[in-house]
Design a protein around this ligand. Structure first.
Ligand SMILES: Cc1cc2nc3c(=O)[nH]c(=O)nc-3n(C[C@H](O)[C@H](O)[C@H](O)COP(=O)(O)OP(=O)(O)OC[C@H]3O[C@@H](n4cnc5c(N)ncnc54)[C@H](O)[C@@H]3O)c2cc1C
Length: 400
């Protein structure tokens, strides 16, 4: 049975990261929103200090950890991670995504790298490059190729919208070793910055999370050592097991993205409440429902959405900690939090009136920041597709 009471260890973590959010992230949030592409050097103090938390890096090998301890004393790593993630999202999502050494590529390395690869790349900041100009939601259709030539893989292709593209030290690149094999031919490769034929082509200018850098890589006859392939080189034709295994990483990371959304939405609601109350609109949960004003009613509905977002997120993370298959719940959490996070931050700007648009406050920034949380790691529409497949017990071939 799911226990939602936070034990002391979780409350301590929440309090510590709330402190980071308020005292480290918030004071520099506007600065790096304006200075897009500039590295937030203030984050250097967090290098190596985050354990299993932070960035888009999911808990390493976390399933079941903490389960052997009494529930009152400890939560599993996934639960602890989403509690910490909500706090940092509450501080600033763009900065959270810029914590050194916490890229999504680090998750792939932690999950499937050999001991030698972990020794060589484990401490490096790793981005993850899946998306291509012609392949986004349908990641099984990537066209970047990897051809074995003697002791080297030769990579060719283009990768777009890569988080931490400029700041990372290595990139985990998805490429196909056999285009005729479909998903079975897709493998991931570690490419070090500075490798000839591997070029950071450009950085994006974005609507939100501007503190986080996002870029395009071009690979042109880029040669990397044979041993930089992550996992097995074997191509089992018509088997999608390997690909499905990689996609399972997202069952851990999607609740994290949901938790970021919960944090941003909470920040917006808190500011809105403060300003509504300053303006004389006192929120009173005991007042008869027939007697509340429209602003108050709107606020309660947004608050209820945040509670639902958080409960779905906790459920998905709790299931991962308890080794339960959580693909459905992870997608439900991300779909709900992605959609309602954008709704809440937008409605808060409305409730705030001119203060919601003014750069004096962060509300307008939170509205811009929240949109990406409904896009990366699978758009809202794709989460709905995954939910439908799970509920209707249909395969990806049967329901596209
Ligand atoms: C700031 C930012 C950071 C990112 N970071 C990374 C990263 O680090 N690494 C990485 O690899 N990628 C990253 N991405 C890419 C991101 O994951 C993709 O943008 C996302 O998966 C959507 O792919 P797409 O942009 O190609 O859209 P498309 O797949 O072209 O989709 C366009 C629209 O069609 C909808 N759609 C597509 N297929 C279906 C379907 N079958 N049913 C219903 N609707 C559908 C989508 O929901 C969307 O609304 C990032 C993107 C951004 C903007």
């Amino acid at each position: 049975m799911i226990g939602l009471e936070l034990p002391k260890s979780a409350l301590q973590l929440k309090s510590m990261l709330n402190n980071v959010a308020i005292n480290l992230f918030r004071p520099i949030a506007r600065k790096y929103d304006e200075a897009e592409h500039e590295y937030p050097k203030e984050l250097d103090v967090m290098r190596g200090a985050m354990g299993g938390l932070g960035g888009r890096r999911p808990p390493e090998d976390s399933a079941g950890k903490g389960k052997d301890k009494p529930e009152s004393e400890s939560l599993g790593t996934n639960m602890m991670t989403i509690i910490g993630t909500e706090e940092m999202g509450y501080g600033d999502t763009g900065l959270m995504l810029s914590i050194p050494g916490r890229g999504l590529g680090n998750a792939a390395i932690a999950a499937v790298a050999t001991e030698e690869q972990k020794q060589k790349f484990g401490d490096k900041w790793a981005a993850m490059a899946i998306t291509e100009p012609e392949s986004g939601s349908d990641s099984g259709s990537i066209t970047t190729t990897a051809v074995l030539d003697g002791d080297e893989w030769v990579l060719n292709g283009e990768k777009i919208f890569v988080t931490c593209a400029d700041r990372c030290e290595v990139v985990v690149i998805w490429a196909t070793v056999d285009p005729s094999a479909g998903k079975a031919g897709i493998k991931s490769f570690i490419v070090e910055k500075g490798t000839p034929g591997f070029k950071l082509e450009k950085l994006e200018y974005k609507l939100g999370i501007r503190a986080s850098d996002t870029g395009t890589f071009v690979l042109k006859d880029c040669r990397i050592p044979k041993e930089n392939l992550l996992g097995s080189a074997e191509v089992k034709k018509r088997s999608t097991e390997g690909f499905k295994g990689v996609m399972k990483t997202f069952d851990n990371t999607r609740p994290m993205v949901a938790a970021m959304s919960n944090g941003v939405a909470r920040a917006a609601l808190e500011l809105t409440r403060e300003k509504m109350e300053e303006g004389g609109c006192k929120l009173d949960y005991h007042r008869n429902i027939n007697n509340i004003g429209s602003m108050e009613k709107e606020y309660y509905m947004l608050e209820a959405n945040l509670e639902a977002m958080r409960l779905l997120t906790y459920k998905a993370a709790w299931m991962a900690d308890n080794k339960e298959f959580n693909s459905l719940e992870a997608s439900m959490a991300k779909a709900k939090a992605g959609r309602c996070g954008t709704l809440i931050t937008q409605k808060c700007c409305e409730l705030l009136g001119p203060l919601g648009i003014s750069q004096k406050y962060l509300a307008e920034k939170w509205m811009r920041d929240s949109k990406i949380l409904d896009i990366f790691e699978g758009t809202g529409q794709i989460q709905h597709l995954i939910i439908a497949r799970n509920v209707l017990k249909l395969s990806s071939k049967e329901l596209r």
